[in-house]
Design a protein around this ligand. Structure first.
Ligand code: ADP
Ligand code: ADP
Ligand code: MG
Length: 469
């Protein structure tokens, strides 16, 4: 087993991984920017190294400084977390060249799957259904119009290097395709340094269902079941649950088999996720593979009892997975709410600042993954996600009740957060019934905000009326 690893990340995910190291007697080296010198991940690590100035390119994306920190502290491996360098094949390669283990798949696999357009082609060859769309990259607006005409409107223009919902544009006609092509390319160039785009048919308000994969270097590939991540704002997930509700058994089985096929086709090793969208007729289509640990991995941990980060450390150490497919049994139901420091009444603008008072919920079946502490400062330089509240219930209704209780108990003061919105979501009839899709937030956010406004900070079961679950 690895003895010492460096965690090339910050915030809640760095804390999550460092805790795992400490629990398994692995020494954890934190890295931090000058803006993060008082951050929790630095304080709980075995040791820590400053890697540069606050801007991400100077610190958390600074490959040279991170690798130097690993070598200087005698770390054998680097865990990249999610975001930042987690899907950079260049970084994975640099680790290898420096004699360090990158905790994730090989750079070759990242190249194969990180290019979303190339991944589509590979999946098609492997017999995994993909959304109808372009064969590879679309070079210019004229070609985009030609492709869109062939697959039929409406379409979605997507960045091949895309992530986090960035670099995507809907188009319902020829002029929108021309506009969308340029806008998506520009955004992709700015966000990812690669402006190439491809086109998919726009599936109207699909569900987003994904399968968690674990694979080791001994040829074992297993799935840990599904998650529904359809509660999204601007193509970014807000709330996730496992298992997905209202899907027929044969379809669930087919999705798992497709995901295993996809992982094998990519020679996948370590933890990864196969994302699908599902249309109204329950046809499912591969959209992408995330070649890393996912934000919402805790819901899968809750219902399977498998510790995904611990398995990642085992796999990176060259050990086989500690569980086989036969061991995997889905028990109960889990929900995760992502809490961000954002002003819901101001187009969700980030609201950094100092935490004046903090109280986290606790009790049976409740987990909070966060880097917050009383009096800490939320920096304006980084992602605004500050906490994930995860619950496990005996069944879905039990999980919803637990999440209501957890969010009612939780207090974060000093900055504006999306906690009240998440809390209201747990009382929403459509959510409770479980008939939602990716169009849910667009259709319901206005109503949620109105209730929130009327209730002020005091969103409780009294203000919204107890919906029976
Ligand atoms: P997940 O399914 O795990 O939520 P996302 O695509 O939403 O995956 O990304 C996970 C996290 O990484 C989010 O916090 C997101 O903001 C961040 N992220 C994703 N892609 C990028 C990127 N290319 N650059 C910076 N941050 C990213
Ligand atoms: P990212 O890399 O940014 O996570 P994805 O390809 O995973 O991008 O798509 C993010 C979200 O955008 C999906 O979960 C879904 O809600 C929506 N989406 C993506 N492709 C399509 C499509 N072809 N039709 C409809 N919605 C889509
Ligand atoms: Mg995605």
């Amino acid at each position: 087993m690895l003895k010492k690893i460096l965690i090339a990340n910050r915030g809640e995910i760095a804390v999550r991984i460092i805790r795992e190291c400490l629990d398994t007697s692995v020494e954890a080296v934190a890295v931090y920017s000058t803006a993060d010198s008082e951050s929790l991940h630095r304080m709980i690590a075995t040791e820590s190294v400053c890697i540069g100035r606050p801007a991400v390119r100077d610190s958390y994306l600074n490959m040279g400084n991170i690798i130097e920190a690993a070598k200087g502290t005698g770390a054998e491996a680097i865990h990249p977390g999610f975001g930042f360098l987690s899907e950079s094949s260049e970084f994975a390669r640099k680790c290898r060249e420096a004699g360090l283990i990158f905790i994730g798949p090989s750079p070759e696999t990242i190249d194969l799957m990180g290019n979303k357009s190339a991944a589509r082609e590979l999946m098609q060859k492997a017999g995994v259904p993909v959304v109808p769309g372009s064969d590879g990259i679309v070079e210019n607006p004229d070609q985009a119009v030609e492709v869109a005409g062939r697959i039929g409107y409406p379409v979605l223009i997507k960045a091949s290097a895309g992530g986090g919902g960035k670099g995507m544009r809907k188009a319902a006609d020829e002029s929108q395709v021309r506009e969308g092509f340029l806008a998506a390319s520009l955004e992709a160039e700015n966000c990812f340094g690669d402006g190439s785009v491809y086109i998919e048919k726009l599936i109207e308000n699909p569900r987003h269902i994904e399968i968690q994969i674990l694979a080791d270097s001994h040829g074992n590939v297993i799935e840990l079941g599904d998650r529904d991540c359809s509660i999204q704002r601007r193509n970014q997930k807000l709330c996730e649950e496992a298992p997905a509700r209202n899907i027929p058994d044969d379809m669930r089985q087919a999705m798992k088999e497709a995901a295993l096929k996809a992982a094998r086709a990519a020679n996948y090793v370590n933890a990864g996720t196969i994302e699908f969208i599902v249309d109204k007729e329950n046809n499912f289509y591969f959209i992408e593979m995330n070649t890393r640990l996912q934000v919402e991995h805790p819901v899968t941990e809750m219902v399977t009892g498998v510790n995904i980060v611990r398995e990642q450390l085992r796999v990176a150490s060259g050990l086989p997975l500690s569980v086989s497919q036969e061991d995997i049994e889905i028990k109960g139901h889990s929900i995760e709410c992502r809490i961000t420091a954002e002003d819901a009444f101001n187009d969700f603008r980030p609201d950094p600042g100092k935490i004046a008072f903090l109280h986290f919920p606790a009790g049976s079946g409740i987990r909070v993954d966060s880097a917050l502490y009383n009096g800490c400062t939320i920096s304006p330089y980084y992602d605004s996600m500050i906490a994930k509240v995860i619950v496990k219930g005996e069944n879905r209704n039990d999980a919803i009740r637990k999440m209501r209780r957890a969010l009612e108990e939780m207090i974060i003061s000093g900055v504006k957060t999306t906690l009240p919105i998440q809390h209201l979501l747990m009382y929403n009839e459509t959510f409770i019934r479980g008939n939602y899709d990716t169009g849910f937030i667009e259709a319901n956010l206005g109503v949620l905000l109105e209730i929130y406004k009327a209730a002020g900070e005091a969103v409780t079961s009294e203000t919204v009326g107890e919906e029976n679950v």
